[in-house]
Write a protein that binds this ligand. Structure first.
Ligand code: DC
Length: 226
């Protein structure tokens, strides 16, 4: 049976994870958060004392990283396991974001994770979110959405999210980090963040969560009938 793939790409803080997770639950599809996979690689490198900019050193430790996605049967949430340890919470730490952005520019890292992501889409109906899902990982996806919002709006949301998690945050630092990550993710030579030509653009700057979700569900329900 052919499975349905919904690719959702966009810059950090656009609301991808929340919206993709809810859209997947609504459709009965598996939600795959690919940023969490890059974050897990970044944590693995950090724990081994490897700088995320040292491509050769990072590539040399990849075969030691046993990365698995596990789905909690109760809430359906994606948990990340690194060499047998559940690191779902730890990969959300603020410093891991910058490390993940740097590590994701390394060609060997992207190649290492490509099949893992494609395998999930081969075996399940998925809503997969990331930066290059519609362009590189699943170019045949039946539905592609490019989800974005202004940097200010994204920084504001990330700031509130960090506060809710009880993490120390300063708005200007969060905004600066968002702009820096946009730059890194969009300007890397390999699989940069960009809108696929056939992706539906959803700009959530002036939309609340429910309006954004409806825009996404409309795109999915329109696209998966083709
Ligand atoms: O979505 P996120 O913020 O959790 O992603 C963390 C980093 O991983 C992000 O800065 C860019 C990178 N990433 C990527 O390069 N390709 C993906 N498909 C997903 C994430």
């Amino acid at each position: 049976m052919k499975h349905i793939s919904v690719a959702i790409d966009g810059p950090s803080g656009a609301g991808k994870s929340t919206l993709a997770r809810r859209a997947a639950a609504e459709m009965g599809y598996l939600y795959v958060d690919t940023g969490a996979i890059y974050r897990t690689v970044a944590l693995g490198a950090l724990r081994r004392g490897v700088a995320p900019t040292d491509a050769e050193a990072v590539e040399s430790i990849l075969s030691d990283l046993d990365i698995r996605l596990a789905y909690n049967p109760e809430d359906g949430l994606q948990h990340m396991h690194l060499n047998g340890e559940d690191v779902t919470e730890e990969i959300r730490l603020h410093e891991i974001s910058q490390h993940a952005s740097k590590i994701s520019a390394i060609p060997g890292v992207r190649a290492f994770l490509l099949e893992l992501q494609r395998d999930l889409a081969r075996n399940h109906d998925v809503v997969m979110d990331g930066r290059d899902i519609g362009t590189v990982v699943l170019p045949q996806a039946q539905v592609k959405i490019f989800l974005t919002a202004s940097a200010q709006a994204r920084a504001q949301r990330r700031f509130l999210e960090l506060q809710q998690r009880g993490q120390q945050a300063d708005f200007d630092t969060v905004l600066r980090d968002i702009v820096l990550r946009d730059e890194q993710d969009s300007n890397r030579p390999i699989a940069p963040l960009r809108r696929a030509e056939d992706a539906v653009l959803v700009d959530t700057t002036h939309l609340d969560l429910e309006q954004s979700l409806q825009a996404i569900l409309t795109a999915i329900r329109g696209g998966d009938r083709e």
